[in-house]
Design a binder for this molecule. Structure first.
Ligand SMILES: [Ca+2]
Ligand SMILES: [Ca+2]
Ligand SMILES: [Ca+2]
Length: 587
């Protein structure tokens, strides 16, 4: 026990010293790493020396030196066990706001490549990186807008983001590190400036009075949904008496995905990107392929799934079907790997509701219901849990009051410990803020509190000034109690235990209540217990009647902890004492 306290104190001093140096990312990252029992004599000496220079150092080492991180690092010491499959931890990147490599204020592909060490450095021995092993790139194709969901050319890179060579380089460097890359593929609509639409529009404008459009003269008239009648979701085609479907915006005309010619185009587009090495696709707006028709949308996805998997068997396909769980569950009949799990996400989803006013038990029940629901439609489904994305207010704004930081942290654990392929939206690991108009949800990655620092992006032009609630990365990486450190430890555990992403969930109702949720994850022959305390106060959980594999009672051990404060979790003779807002893995 004494040894553990010394280690924790040393860890605290190293963090303090890095904070005092103020020389940025590399040194503080090393300091945190060294605290993992690896400190050399000289760095420990330096740490002590610099701690002495700090007037507050004495107080810090006596009390404040123990941080949530130092306590977690004592327990979370296992090696990562990465399996190269489609159960990953994905990081959603909005390139525009991530990192700017050439000083124009707009994030770019080379900027992302430069910051890959932040996402995953490819070295299992370090934990200075987030540990994500997948990247979802929001659209990178040429477009007329900052968000780039209106594509003008499906086989190129938007010049704001760089060149095709930059993209190839990004993919190569990602693959060296075991990071898979999926790209946003927008099949519901194109830009009104896409050649297909411009050609079709010109043809209709020049069509003689009374003549019907003829696809043998202009194939592109069949690519879209033109009509002489105004209907819901349609816009007028200027200079004609024609209307066209544009569900989201007049400048994003909907494609006719029933057209074989359109499907042939996407077949070629998929070839193009798979040849470049992408590992799969995030399908935008799949609910609107045929607005209002689940059956037709499932048919489109079935075609897409077969077409892609024939080319690349292990490609990953995840669709955005923004609706209720009972409806998106049906989309798994198409055979695609994943649909985003909207029911757990956002300010009103299961995670937030449980933390704000629900009972911990309802979280466990929701996990099992989800599993029952999705498995009705596919044996090979991979849930795609996420907490927020580029269309949602950021999570840090969901909570107020004294416990809000702890709730922001534990919500991330409730998402990232879910089975399936989990997604993390950039900046959520820092508790960035952003709500209201879309631009605000896509603010510059908060690397530094100084917006003039190297690589900092300017963000979308119409973004409001956003007041952040928590510090920038440069501050949080030196703070053992930060949201960033908590999220990193969560992903570390996800990487250490394959059961977390791949396990089947059993809800241990008899030992769960309003505050505590206990679930078991079973994967191949292995079982893990995940115990969540979702209440502010500490609790005792009697696990004597629960088994994990062959083990029960006093044989049970702690396999990992996620702490939002500086109290420890203790498991003794089958009784687990855990602080408020914490998670303990028991095996
Ligand atoms: Ca740039
Ligand atoms: Ca690493
Ligand atoms: Ca549509």
């Amino acid at each position: 026990m004494k040894k553990r306290i010394i280690a924790a104190v040393l860890a605290g001093m190293l963090i303090v010293s890095a904070g005092g140096c103020g020389n940025g990312t590399a040194s503080s990252g090393n300091a945190v790493d060294n605290s993992n029992g690896m400190a050399t004599e000289s760095s420990a000496d330096q740490a002590i020396a610099s701690a002495r220079q700090d007037e507050n150092a004495d107080a810090d080492t006596k009390e404040g030196g123990v941080t949530a991180l130092s306590l977690m690092q004592e327990v979370n010491t296992g090696d990562e066990q990465i399996i190269d499959d489609n159960y990953r931890t994905w990081y959603e990147v909005f390139v525009y706001s991530f990192f700017d490599s050439d000083g124009d204020g707009i994030g770019d592909l080379n900027g992302l490549t430069e910051k890959l060490d932040y996402i995953n450095d490819g070295d299992p021995a370090t934990d200075t990186d987030l540990g994500c092993n997948g990247i979802w790139l929001m659209p990178v194709m040429p477009s007329t807008t900052y968000h780039k969901y209106d594509v003008t050319d499906y086989c190129d890179i938007d010049p704001e983001y760089g060149t095709m060579d930059d993209f190839k380089n990004l993919i190569a460097v990602c693959h060296e590190r075991g990071i898979n890359v999926i790209i946003d593929l927008v099949m519901n609509h194109t830009s009104s400036q896409h050649e297909w639409f411009k050609t079709a529009a010109d043809y209709l404008k020049n069509l003689p009075e009374g003549a019907e459009p003829d696809a043998s003269e202009c194939p592109y008239v069949d690519y879209y949904n033109f009509s002489k009648e105004m209907q819901g979701g349609y816009s007028k085609l200027d200079g004609t008496d024609w209307y066209y479907e544009a569900q989201f915006w007049s400048e994003m005309p909907d494609l006719n995905l029933g057209s074989q010619a359109v499907r042939d185009e996407f077949d070629k587009i998929v070839d193009f990107w798979l040849d470049l090495g992408v590992d799969g696709f995030r399908l935008d707006a799949a609910k609107e392929y045929y607005s209002g028709s689940v059956d037709k949308n499932v048919e489109v996805l079935s075609w897409f799934h077969s077409m892609v998997k024939e080319k690349k068997e292990d490609a990953y396909i995840v669709a955005e079907v923004w609706t209720d769980q009972n409806t998106y569950a049906k989309y798994y009949e198409s055979g695609i790997d994943s649909c985003f799990d909207f029911s757990f996400a956002d300010s009103t989803g299961t995670i937030t509701s449980v933390l704000k006013n629900g009972s911990a038990s309802s979280y466990g029940k929701a996990l099992v219901n989800l599993q029952d629901n999705l498995s009705q439609y596919s044996d090979s489904y991979i849930d795609a849990p996420f907490y927020t994305n580029h269309d949602m207010a950021r999570g840090a704004g969901y909570y107020s009051g004294d416990d809000s930081e702890k709730q922001t942290k534990i919500a991330q654990a409730m998402n990232l410990l879910m089975s399936g392929s989990a997604f993390l939206y950039y900046g959520e690991e820092l508790g960035m803020k952003g709500s209201g108009k879309d631009e605000n949800k896509r603010a510059p990655m908060y690397w530094s509190e100084d917006s003039a620092d190297d690589g900092m992006c300017k963000g979308p032009a119409d973004m409001d000034a956003i007041k952040m609630k928590y510090g920038a990365l440069e501050t949080q990486e030196k703070d053992g109690n930060s949201i960033y450190q908590f999220v990193k430890q969560t992903i570390k555990l996800r990487n250490e235990y394959p059961e977390i992403a791949r396990g089947t969930v059993t809800f241990e109702e008899s030992v769960s209540d309003d505050k505590v949720c206990v679930i078991k994850k079973t994967y191949s022959d292995s079982e893990l217990l995940l115990v969540y305390n979702l209440a502010p106060e500490s609790v005792e959980v009697d696990l004597s009647g629960v088994t994990a594999g062959e083990k029960s009672g006093s044989d049970l051990e702690v396999g990992g902890v996620l702490l939002t404060g500086t109290e420890e979790a203790v498991l003794q003779d089958g009784t687990l004492t855990m602080p408020g807002y914490s998670v303990v893995i028991v095996k």
